[in-house]
Every structure is written in C-alpha cells, then in structure tokens.
Design a binder for this molecule. Sequence first.
Ligand SMILES: NC(=O)c1ccc[n+]([C@@H]2O[C@H](COP(=O)([O-])OP(=O)(O)OC[C@H]3O[C@@H](n4cnc5c(N)ncnc54)[C@H](OP(=O)(O)O)[C@@H]3O)[C@@H](O)[C@H]2O)c1
Length: 398
Amino acid sequence: MRALVLDAEGRTADVQDIRLPVPASHEIFVRVEAISLNPIDSLYVAHPLASSGRTIGSDFSGTVAAVGSQVPSTEIVYGDRVAGFLQGACSVNDRPGAFAEYLVVPWDLVWRVPDSLTIEEAAGVSLVALTAAQGVWYRLGPDAPFAYVTNSVKQEHPHDRLDAQPDTINFLVYGASTSVGLYTAQLARLSARPSGRAIKLFGVASKARWSLLKAEPYNYDYLVDYRDSDWHEQIWALSAGEGMHYVYDAISEGDTVRRNSSTLAPNGRMAIVRSREGGAWIASNMSIEPIYGAVWEGLGEEVQYQGFTVQKSPAARNFAVQFYRWLSTAVGSELKPVSIRLMPGGLNRVVDDGLELLGAGIMEERRLTREEVWMRPVSAEKLVYRIQDSLNVSESTA
Ligand SMILES: NC(=O)c1ccc[n+]([C@@H]2O[C@H](COP(=O)([O-])OP(=O)(O)OC[C@H]3O[C@@H](n4cnc5c(N)ncnc54)[C@H](OP(=O)(O)O)[C@@H]3O)[C@@H](O)[C@H]2O)c1
C-alpha cells in the first residue's frame, strides 16, 4: 500500500510503498478514505522526533475492511464508517501514523460516523474534538454529557479541577477560531446543560471571524481581537472585575499563556495546548501553573518527546473511549463539525501544499506566498485530503 513516510534527515516525507498492517485481535483494519491535517503533523516533519521510515499523520476516516477475532460484533462490523487518529510521527515512540491507504487501530478508539456526515467531514473531527474535550471536561472539570471514570482522573490530577463550580461560569477561549477553539466553545456550552448552570462565553479571535462566532452553535457573549495589544485587559473589564473561572488557551505561544493567566478569577483554572518544556511560550510568576495535556494520552500509550515523557494514562484512555461513544451520536446533532477545505491531489500533495500551509511550528510563522485558491490562510477550518485523489493529481489540481 502507499503511505506518506517520514524522511527525518531531509525534514520531509515521501509517498512510498510499504507493507500492509495486520490487525491484532482487538484491532480493526481500516481502508482509509480521507485524512485531515493538524499543525502537529507539520511541526514534527519540520523538526522530527521520530526516525525515518515512520508513517506520518494523525486524523483519518474510512471503512472497516476486517476485524480482529476479539472485536465485539455488537460494537463494530465489516463495512462500518469510522474515524479516529493515530500518533503520526509526533513522538520518539515507534508507532505508525494514519496517512496511508490502510491502517489498524484498537476497535474502541474510533467513533462511528453517522449518515449525516460525509467521510471527508468526519476526517477533521477526531483529534481536535478530543483535544478540546480533554481540556474542558477531563482537565478543567465541568460536567460532561456522558459518564467516565472520574475517580482515577482526580487521583492523577489532584489539583487541576475546581472543587466547587460557580452558578454562572465565566469561560474564556483564547484562539476561538482555531479548530480546537471551535469545539471548546461548543463543549463549554454543553457543560451547562446537565448541571443547570449558566455559562458566559468570552472569546479572543480576529474580527473577521466574529460573525461566525456570535452565531449558533458558538453563541459567544463577548469577543475581543487578539491583534489588540490590551485584549487581556478588555476581557478583565468585560467580566466586571470577576475574572475567568476557566480559560482554554488554544494557541499557547509567545506571551499568550501569561496574558491569559492575568484574566483568571482567584480560584480559576487554565488549560493550554503546548507544553512549557516545548518552549513555544515562556512565562514566570503566574498565579497558577497552567494545565497541559497531550491528546495522544487518549490512545493510552506513553509518549516520549525529546527531554520529557507523558506517562501512559488508563484514565485518559477511558475518557477517550467514552467521548468517542458519545461522538458517534452527538456529532452532526449536538456538536457541529468544523468546516473542511477539500485539498486537491491526495497523499502526493500533503507535504507541498497542506504542511506548507500549516507552517513549521508557531502560528506567527505561517507565511504564504502561493496564489492557488486552496493555498489561502487556514482559518476556522480543517484541511482534508481524499486518499483516492492520490491517483489523479493532474486531474484534481486542474
Ligand atoms: N496538546 C495537544 O495535544 C494538541 C492537540 C491539537 C492541537 N494542539 C495545538 O493547538 C493549537 C491549535 O490547533 P488547531 O489545529 O486548532 O489550529 P488551527 O485551526 O490551524 O488554527 C488556525 C487559527 O488560529 C488563529 N490564530 C492564529 N494566531 C493567533 C493568535 N496569535 N491568537 C489567536 N488566534 C490565532 C487563526 O485565526 P485568524 O484566521 O482569525 O487569524 C486561525 O483561525 C496548535 O498550536 C496545535 O499544535 C495541541
């Protein structure tokens, strides 16, 4: 089969013929139909952690083409449409990624794609929606609309969650137009439902995205522009001096973490998407240590970076399994998928177009000099490729 394989020395990836994977007894074998890109895919091609030869890429959707002997037929069968993510080349650990014609994945770490979603839309959901859910529900702690094993989460993260939730929660999403931010806002709103609490949603995004963010399903109460140098002071003023009970910084670069922390109420909590150790942000003397997590924890495996390790977490895996069960019925009804941009050329164009658009590390470095219509800046959308388009490059880019 063809797969997009890392060339660590060249800091790129090439389409190569590699062996078909074989499913273990608890795994399913998936014919991949669509893939979607994440900034971490491009980050770790430009700055490789993995060795050459590893299949890159995280998000996929496709059809179940075979099942392992211990996969319960009540849960998943041949022909089901599913979506999920693998770890790509985003760690030192040697695990294959998803940008390939076929892959294997544990049966309970995919969600079933409802008929209301196209397979291309489904490809863009798994990684960013779980990133948002881990931050909002698993780490910060407002109520989720599904059950999961919270005792073990509290043991693993004894200081992260607020002991008592206020009646009206002030929730700030920094980077509200990122894909992670678009899910975070929806999940924060959903939290209010089971508890009967009110949530006031504050967002930081460019003005060009405000009409989207004021409308359903996001319904932001207050928006400020990240290009204003005093955006954090504007947020504080809009909260009438109460501050934020929860902050989700969906950028976590430069001074965003420090400024976001200045909007927190005295007992507030803050989730971030990039680690202190990774060096994308620097801050000292903050009132709290922000809570970082890697979405990969949901796969239930240890994740080695250069210099630090995210430990294997059964609690995070349990949360991911329950979240995906919920997603199978919620996406398309309770949860609106982020819009997609269908990119031309399949696997063959991922490096030269898609990874180019996402840049090699931080948002500010996304520089574009290309004029094709599909090379416009990424804003409030996911980049998606169809695997079948890999065969017809000239036709699909014409
Ligand atoms: N910890 C984890 O496991 C994990 C998992 C997933 C993602 N991430 C990280 O989360 C971040 C977001 O990922 P994503 O896929 O959601 O990103 P994305 O959709 O590609 O983000 C693009 C958006 O970022 C906005 N933006 C750019 N610079 C900004 C700034 N300085 N302030 C506020 N908004 C800004 C842009 O807004 P405009 O177009 O309006 O300018 C654009 O809409 C990335 O850094 C990613 O690596 C971490």
